[in-house]
Ligand binder design. Structure first.
Ligand SMILES: NC(=O)c1ccc[n+]([C@@H]2O[C@H](COP(=O)([O-])OP(=O)(O)OC[C@H]3O[C@@H](n4cnc5c(N)ncnc54)[C@H](O)[C@@H]3O)[C@@H](O)[C@H]2O)c1
Length: 373
């Protein structure tokens, strides 16, 4: 059964469709909005390899059925898998490809992949010819619960994560749960990292549900998966609706991310974003306790739960000074001070928390003790 949510942002409003087998409806959803002249599929390389047949069949079936030649309308550009594709070089290839293939203002970009392709495609769409429309078809758990919704687009530059980007909303988001079936365990855990973030943002009910159903989530049980995706997107949707461009409330979505981005940068993006978020959440919980912003019982509960998420050895024994320096470059900082989002209790987050360097370094060290000893 299909679930539908709406993101209400006046003229930038859009629906999110969630269910099994929805990819088959992609062109119906596209053309009921506008008669696009050309469509560019930016497709994650692994998705293109695994789902090539389905993608081609869908395109050929739709256009042949209408007596049209799909090759003049639809182009597919595979994107090399991995964070390094969120780069100025890949963006340049996308622009060149669109120019070489005569894409105009009446074009649509389809992001078919995880957060990397989604962020890149959104940014390309927001800047090509001063903007063309785009849609998000997320194929990872992380992109389904988080990055495909909210309109943050961007690329990394000079080792700084998401430093160049825009706020630009898609026309719709189509989440076909069937794509998630080919994800490996690491990618599912990465999605779980962002899901845990949402567990801290709402009342105790959702946190308990996730704790109780964590095994079902990790094995992608359809009922549990659908409920969790819907709940996460409801939370994200309401935050984005009240603060689209992150001038206030939207900052709470960065819980764990100040630490996470520093880990990604110091580890030269050789770890996954979701893994870094899981590590960042542990650090945020430790820092919150260190600053006496969270009580001991809740701290122990969070830590015991978060410890179940295997965090790779590469997060151990890192240079704390380097991590701290990376945090100083965070976009959320003001006046040279690092601004943290920290959990206070379940459903209650504190934003713009400043901490002394000693307390931050303590949290980084304690993270290693808690997770690796
Ligand atoms: N814009 C936002 O609001 C936002 C929010 C959170 C994260 N992000 C960004 O999202 C990115 C991380 O996204 P991600 O975790 O989806 O990473 P990703 O896009 O790199 O995908 C992870 C891996 O899964 C593979 N993959 C994708 N779909 C697959 C499928 N169906 N089956 C098998 N393999 C598949 C990819 O090839 C890749 O190797 C980061 O760059 C992060 O900064 C953006």
């Amino acid at each position: 059964m299909m679930k539908k949510l709406n993101i209400n942002l006046s003229e930038n409003s859009y629906p999110i469709l969630i269910g099994n087998g929805l990819f088959a409806r992609l062109f119906d959803e596209i053309y009921k909005r506008r008669n696009y002249g050309k469509i560019l599929f930016l497709v994650d390389g692994n998705v293109s390899r695994i789902y090539r047949k389905q993608i081609i069949e869908l395109i050929d079936g739709y256009f042949t059925g209408k007596g049209l030649d799909s090759s003049t309308i639809v182009k597919i550009l595979p994107i090399k898998p991995g964070e390094t594709s969120k780069s100025i070089e890949t963006l340049s290839k996308v622009y060149s490809y669109m120019i070489d293939n005569n894409f105009g203002r009446d074009s649509l970009v389809v992001a078919l992949g995880g957060g990397v392709v989604g962020d890149l495609a959104g940014f390309a769409a927001s800047t090509f010819m001063r903007c063309v429309d785009y849609v998000q078809v997320p194929t990872t758990l992380l992109s389904a619960v988080d990055s495909s919704v909210g309109g943050k687009t961007g690329i990394n530059f000079l080792h700084t994560k998401n430093i160049v980007g825009s706020f630009y909303q898609p026309k719709f988001v189509l989440i076909d749960l069937d794509f998630l079936k080919s994800l490996n365990k690491t990618e599912i855990l990465c999605g779980a990292g962002e899901i845990l973030k949402y567990a801290f943002m709402t009342g105790p009910g959702f946190y308990s549900f996730i704790k109780k159903n964590i095994d079902k989530l990790l094995t992608l049980d359809n009922v549990v998966l659908t409920k969790i995706i819907v709940e996460c997107l409801k939370i994200k949707g309401s935050v984005v609706e009240s603060d689209e461009k992150e001038s206030g409330l939207r900052k709470i979505l960065n819980l764990g991310h100040t630490f996470a981005h520093a880990y990604e940068s110091v580890l030269e993006y050789k770890v996954k974003h979701g893994e870094a978020v899981a590590a960042g959440l542990v650090c945020a919980v430790i820092l919150s306790r260190k600053l006496s912003l969270m009580d001991e019982a809740l701290y122990q509960d969070f830590i015991n739960f978060l410890k179940q998420f295997t965090i790779r050895k590469s997060f151990n024994n890192l240079d704390k000074q380097k991590l701290y320096s990376a945090m100083l470059k965070d976009k959320k900082n003001r006046g040279g001070k690092i601004k943290f989002v920290l959990p206070h209790s379940i459903g209650e987050l504190l934003v713009d928390v400043e901490a002394d360097k000693d307390d931050v370094v303590y949290s980084l060290n304690e993270f290693e003790n808690v997770v690796f000893s």
